[in-house]
Design a protein around this ligand. Structure first.
Ligand code: CA
Length: 566
């Protein structure tokens, strides 16, 4: 959805005069004119050239005006094509050079840097610099030219998981601008986006803007008016956009009253919505606490963050749709994709309790059963029910081809699941499966991706996992341990500090952590704290070919869970 005046203006300057020019409209050349206005028009030009001669085109575009497009063209200045290319290479090397990998496997290094490259392609900058040197943007929300930053083309359903946390760790100065862009979106449209492309787009489910906003705020990335942003989160949590039902919270009336979006009230993918709303409520609670909001208000979101419990079915130990009268959906096929869930089934979505894995462990009946359930995802055959979609969607086919049971890494809902072994005292199982996914599902070839890239999320997963940790619960300031993938990685943070991650004996066989050392001290926790990492330092891993079953088994070593919070 975008305003009537939405346009892309562009200008092309050639370094050689035309010898041919025509315009066309609806597949027909229009004679005697060089200007046309219609719904489907174009221009054709030609040059008289010698064999091998090159004609250079300098191109710039704008969402604001033709004059702004001309201004934007000045960015290239008088540089030649080669000089422009070189300047681009330099910028890319700076962006990608913040992580230095040292290893003897060049194929994997290629995969790594390809993934880092893809991680920084989205969201796209949607702002421009005007003649006074000010940052301005065309608002795809109200059609006005407004001051400040704006970004577009990212779906938070995908990218809240680890793409935005990667920005907050590696590129916080960009993250700061993105947060200002989010605030501008709220100010210009009354809502945070869930799927800006550009403007609000009706796509997917959830209220995951809460995670994106809260994570940046809690990591001190945000410099914009945090009170205003928090206010925007409250609006989005308690209403739905009048024309775009995936912005705000569809079904919020039911959710606020019953504690879940019912299965039988004609709101699709209701269980997925409930689970993501509950996590969003926890994010709002965390941000509200830091802002010192009134206790009664905080209590509402704290309480709602436990709404995931309403969908837990003790019989199957899985999340299941629930009717308005409190009975579970029946019949229930946990292999059914879509329906109560979004682009996944109950086996994929049951783990969407990012903020309270301990609570989920307790519901399932303890750590042993929880680990059994995690194991089952891999041990189950890759069976599925596609009847909701009326055919196999590509995400289902990708799960089949991967041949890892019902583990469907090609889509987002399950991408944090492997890390959950760390909450149940069996971190070596995470270390085993992460290595399997890294080696089997990613390669530097045209078919080297296991599914949709989805605005950098699937790549950012690889980048984090290669570092050896992953943000299971954005907003918690914690990264859950995996195991380093390379022998040595050095991360240069924007604050000038360095994180050196070394695992000299690392190999596909030596994939298990025997012991770990953080700045000279033995480290037994299954997580790392964001602010500890910001201080820089050395993480040294002693890797082994067999699991170190005594390591990381204590409850006190487990990552953050609401149910364990004092
Ligand atoms: Ca996807």
């Amino acid at each position: 959805m975008f305003p009537q005046n939405f346009k892309n203006y562009f200008i092309i300057e050639f370094d050689k005069a035309f010898t041919f020019n025509k315009v066309w409209s609806d597949y027909h050349i229009v004679e005697k004119h060089l200007e046309l206005q219609s719904n489907h028009v174009g221009a054709a030009i030609g040059f008289s050239t010698q064999k091998g001669e090159q004609v250079h085109a300098r191109v710039a575009s704008s969402f604001i005006s033709l004059e702004q497009a001309e201004l934007n063209l000045q960015e290239i200045g008088h540089k030649s094509f080669e000089q422009t290319k070189e300047a681009g290479r330099k910028v890319w090397n700076e962006v990608l050079g913040c992580i230095k990998v040292e290893d003897n496997d060049t194929e994997r290094m290629r995969t790594f840097y390809s993934c880092l490259y893809r991680s920084v392609l989205f969201p796209r900058m949607f702002y421009e610099i005007n003649e006074k040197g000010e940052t301005v943007h065309y608002s795809p929300y109200n059609g006005e030219i407004r001051p400040g930053y704006m970004f577009t083309d990212t779906g938070f359903w995908d990218t809240f998981r680890c793409l935005f946390p990667l920005v907050n760790l590696l590129y916080p100065s960009m993250g700061e601008k993105m947060q200002e862009g989010l605030l501008n979106t709220y100010l210009e449209s009354g809502f945070f986006p869930e799927w800006a492309s550009p403007g609000h787009r009706g796509c997917m489910v959830g209220n995951n803007s809460a995670s994106v906003v809260a994570d940046a705020f809690l990591k001190n990335v945000t410099r914009s008016d945090a009170i205003k942003m928090y206010e925007g989160l409250l609006v989005g949590a308690n209403s739905v956009h009048p024309r775009v039902s995936s912005t705000g919270r569809r079904g919020y009336e039911y959710y606020n009253q019953l504690g879940y979006v019912p299965y039988d009230v004609n709101i699709n993918e209701n269980a997925a919505r409930t689970l993501e709303y509950a996590y969003a409520d926890w994010c709002i609670w965390q941000m509200g606490k830091k802002l010192g909001r009134p206790a009664e208000e905080l209590e509402v979101y704290k309480k709602r963050s436990q709404n995931y419990r309403n969908l837990f079915d003790p019989e199957t130990k899985l999340m299941r749709g629930k009717n308005a009268d409190g009975t579970f959906q029946a019949p229930f096929n946990p292999f059914r994709w879509g329906d109560a869930f979004t682009e996944g089934n109950s086996w994929h979505y049951t783990w969407s309790v990012f903020h309270d894995v301990q609570g989920l462990i307790d519901l399932m009946g303890g750590e042993k059963m929880f680990v059994n359930m995690l194991d089952s995802v891999f041990n189950l055959p890759p069976v599925f029910d596609d009847s909701y979609y009326g055919g196999v969607i590509h995400e289902i086919r990708e799960m089949e081809i991967m041949n890892m049971g019902n583990y469907a890494h090609g889509n987002q809902p399950i991408q944090h699941m492997i890390y959950l072994y760390n909450y149940a005292g069996e971190p070596w199982k995470a270390q085993y499966w992460l290595r399997e996914v890294m080696t089997r599902l990613y390669s530097p070839t045209p078919d080297g991706y296991c599914g949709d890239e989805d605005n950098g999320q699937t790549s950012a997963w690889y980048v984090f996992t290669a570092l050896g940790f992953y943000p299971v619960c954005p907003g918690s300031n914690e990264y859950v341990m995996g195991a380093p993938y390379f022998r040595k990685i050095t991360v240069a943070l924007e604050n000038g500090k360095r994180i050196e991650i070394s695992a000299p004996r690392n190999s596909d066989e030596n994939r298990y952590i025997r012991s770990m050392n953080f700045n000279g001290k033995n480290y037994t926790k299954n997580y790392l704290n964001h602010f500890d990492l910001l201080k820089g330092g050395r993480l040294t891993f002693d890797m082994d070919h067999q699991p170190a079953k005594g390591r990381g088994v204590n409850k006190s070593d487990a990552p953050y869970s609401f149910s364990r919070e004092k």
